[in-house]
Ligand binder design. Structure first.
Ligand SMILES: [Zn+2]
Length: 254
C-alpha cells in the first residue's frame, strides 16, 4: 500500500455499499485493488446536480482519486470503468450481484492490504453476471475461488480427519474440519453432512479449473442442489466462527 503515503492517489474500486453522511455527503464502502476494503466520503454526492453521484452507486467499477482527509479518505474525482447496467434492470441479477458484494463485505475488514486477486475475481464475476452467463455457475465459481483467496480452501482430496486419500464413494463433509471426511471417520463424527460421490467430483473439478473449464461441466440438478447447500452451510459456519473470534472482532473494530 505505498500510495497511502501520498496526500492524493488513485484506486480501482467496486462500490460495495453507501450510506448517507451528514447533510449532502455519502460514505462509500469500497473494495479496491490497491487497499482491499476501505471507506471514503463523497462530498456533495446527494445533491441532484452532483457529477460524482452516478459513479458511486453499488456494483459500479470506478476509478477514484482519493485524498487523505483528517480522519477519512475523500473522493476528489470519480470515473466509471463499468456500471454493469444490465445488472440493474433484472431483479434476479440485482439480487445475485448484491449477494456477491455482501459475501465479500462480510468476510473482509479494512486492513489496507492490496489484493488484486480478489479484486479481479469480483470484477470478473460482476462482468459475467452482467453478460447473462449462467447465474448458478457464476455464483458457485465465485464462492469456491473466494474461499481460496480468504484462506478457507476446502480439503477435497484427503480426509480432513484422518488424512487418508478419499475414495470414489459417497462420504461426508465437515464444516468445522473444512473438508471431506472419509466414510470410515464420518460414521463416528458428529455434525457431518453427507456428500455424494458425484457432488464431490464436481466440486473437485471446480476447485482445480479455470472458469472456462468449469463452465463445460454439466452437473445434474441433484448435484447442483447439494453443492449449493454445502457451500452455503460452509460459508454460514465460517462467518459465525469468524465473528466469534476475538482477533477478528478487534480487526474490524480498529
Ligand atoms: Zn478419515
Amino acid at each position: 500500500m505505498p500510495e497511502t503515503k501520498f496526500r492524493s492517489f488513485r484506486v480501482d474500486a467496486v462500490v460495495l455499499r453507501h450510506s448517507d453522511y451528514g447533510e449532502a455527503d455519502r460514505l462509500l464502502t469500497l473494495y479496491t485493488r490497491q487497499l482491499g476494503k476501505t471507506r471514503a466520503i463523497a462530498k456533495g454526492a446527494r445533491k441532484i446536480a452532483s457529477r460524482k453521484a452516478g459513479h458511486i452507486e453499488p456494483f459500479t467499477h470506478v476509478r477514484l482519486q482519493l485524498a487523505k482527509g483528517r480522519d477519512t479518505l475523500i473522493v476528489t474525482q470519480a470515473d466509471t470503468v463499468d456500471a454493469y447496467l444490465s445488472l440493474r434492470d433484472d431483479l434476479i441479477l440485482t439480487s445475485q450481484a448484491s449477494y456477491v458484494l455482501e459475501l465479500l463485505d462480510r468476510f473482509t475488514y479494512e486492513d489496507e492490504t492490496e489484493n488484486s486477486a480478489i479484486f479481479r475475481l469480483l470484477t470478473d464475476t460482476l462482468s459475467r453476471l452482467a453478460s447473462k452467463a449462467d447465474v448458478w455457475l457464476v455464483t458457485r465459481y465465485y464462492e469456491i475461488r473466494l474461499l481460496d483467496h480468504l484462506g478457507f480452501r476446502p480439503q477435497l482430496v484427503e480426509c480432513a480427519n484422518c488424512g487418508r486419500e478419499i475414495q470414489p464413494e459417497d462420504q461426508f463433509f465437515s464444516f468445522s474440519a473444512g473438508g471431506v471426511i472419509c466414510s470410515r471417520c464420518g460414521r463416528g463424527l458428529p455434525n457431518v453432512n453427507p456428500i455424494t460421490v458425484d457432488t464431490l467430483k464436481y466440486l473437485r473439478h471446480f476447485q482445480r479449473s479455470s472458469y472456462a473449464e468449469a463452465s463445460r461441466a454439466r452437473p445434474s440438478l441433484e448435484v447442483q442442489k447439494e453443492a449449493e447447500s454445502l457451500m452455503q452451510g460452509y460459508f454460514t459456519y465460517l462467518l459465525e466462527r469468524e465473528l466469534n473470534t476475538p482477533g477478528f472482532l478487534k480487526k474490524i473494530r480498529s
